[in-house]
Every structure is written in C-alpha cells, then in structure tokens.
Design a protein around this ligand. Structure first.
Ligand code: SF4
Ligand code: SF4
Length: 215
C-alpha cells in the first residue's frame, strides 16, 4: 500500500497558508526526513531581504536573477538537481535559509489536486502521500473549490486575457487558493468561461489588496 502522511486539518492548513501568502506567518510543513525541495532542480531566489542567507551562500553559487532589480540573486542547482547548500541530505544553512525555502509547502499541490510534473519524482511522491483531515463540511467544500479553481485555470487558459493565466504548477495552485471563493458561489456554474476567468482575477486581486491592507 502506498504511504499515507497526515497533512493536518484542511481548514487549519488553509488559514495558515493564506497567512503565509499574506506574509504574516511562515509555512510549517511536517517534512520529516523529506528533502524533496532541495533535490528537485529548483533555482532558489535569494532576495536582498535574505541577508543571513546571502552571508552564508558562496558568491560562486549565485548570479543575478534575470529580469529582477539589482540585488536580486538566484542560486542554481548542481548537475544532479540538488541544491549546493545540501550536504548529506541536510541543509547546511537551515537557520539562515532563504524565504523561498521557508515558504514552500508541497501540500498546496495536494490541496489543488495537481502534480508538479514528471521531473520532480520526490516531490510527486510526497504530494501523493499527503492526506488531509476535515473537521467540518466547510473544510471539504473549500478544498473542492480550490481543486475546481485549479482545474479551470489549467483547462481554460484562453478564457483569460493574454498571458494572465499561470501555467506552472505553483502559479496555478496559488491562484486557485487565492480565488477559490469563486467556486463556493453557486452562480459560477451559470457564468461563461470568460466570466469565470474575470471572477478569478478579481478574487485574486481582492486577496492581494487585503494582503496589502494587512501589511
Ligand atoms: S517536498 Fe514537501 S515534504 Fe518534502 S521537503 Fe519539500 S515541502 Fe517538505
Ligand atoms: S537552501 Fe537549504 S532548504 Fe533551501 S533548497 Fe537549499 S538545501 Fe534546501
């Protein structure tokens, strides 16, 4: 039987993840011995505010992040896809690791019912293993709405304005989470695809505006 790992109560996870996206809380992922994030060929942004990380990461491991202002760096990965700061399956700068590493929570893909793709087998295995618990019906309804939003975004890119629909799994999952209220509204089924796409963009804007207001 495939491994199953407790992902926590869905409503609690959702509230915590929304706070993480608003920058008011960090992700708290029960990773255990998993190092999927650190072995999956992810370039890691190292931003100016990642001061402690910048002091620990050798200059030869970072380069300017394309399209970003000065001071925004990117740490590349080794030929085998592992992060250069990973040694013996341990992050050598764990306490000072960049914010991106602190925020990554692969449960968002389990919540949205999407995978990260065939090139990241360790993360895919973990996504398949997560099992949420549901303390109330609203938790189940929220997850169903997030999954419906993710499926719509993935299946209807042309319903959005050009280049507005994310295609990368993380972008799809984050937009679905921010906009899932659209799929809690029973009137959504009566809308055209373009109308649903507009509602998704508006809900995401509302989420970000509330985030700015909270800052
Ligand atoms: S893949 Fe998921 S469980 Fe594994 S280290 Fe990354 S966030 Fe943690
Ligand atoms: S900096 Fe540490 S936590 Fe981040 S990817 Fe590298 S090894 Fe993993």
């Amino acid at each position: 039987m495939d491994e199953e790992i407790d992902a926590g109560e869905f409503g609690e996870w959702l509230a915590q993840t929304q706070a993480m996206l608003r920058g008011t809380a960090g992700a708290q992922v029960p990773c255990g011995s998993c190092v999927g994030c650190c072995v999956s060929s992810y370039p890691i942004p190292v931003r100016p505010e990642d001061r402690a990380a910048r002091e620990r990461i050798p200059a030869s491991y970072v380069r300017h992040a394309p399209g970003q202002p000065p001071g925004h760096m990117m740490m590349s990965y080794r030929e085998d896809g592992t992060c250069p700061m990973l040694v013996d399956r341990r992050c050598t700068i764990y306490v000072e690791r960049p914010q991106t590493c602190r925020d990554y929570d692969c449960r968002i893909f389990a919540a949205a019912g999407i995978d990260v793709g065939s090139g990241k087998p360790v993360i895919s295995t973990r996504i398949a293993a997560w099992r949420f618990r549901y303390a109330q019906d609203s938790s189940r309804e929220a997850q169903a709405a997030i999954a419906a939003a993710a499926a719509f975004i993935r299946d209807h890119p042309s319903a959005f304005a050009p280049h507005r629909a994310p295609t990368a799994p993380t972008g799809v999952a984050v937009l679905a989470l921010k906009s899932h209220v659209v799929f809690l509204d029973p009137r959504t089924v009566e809308r055209s695809a373009a109308g649903v796409a507009q509602a998704i963009v508006a809900a995401s804007r509302d989420f970000d505006a509330a985030t700015d207001g909270a800052g």
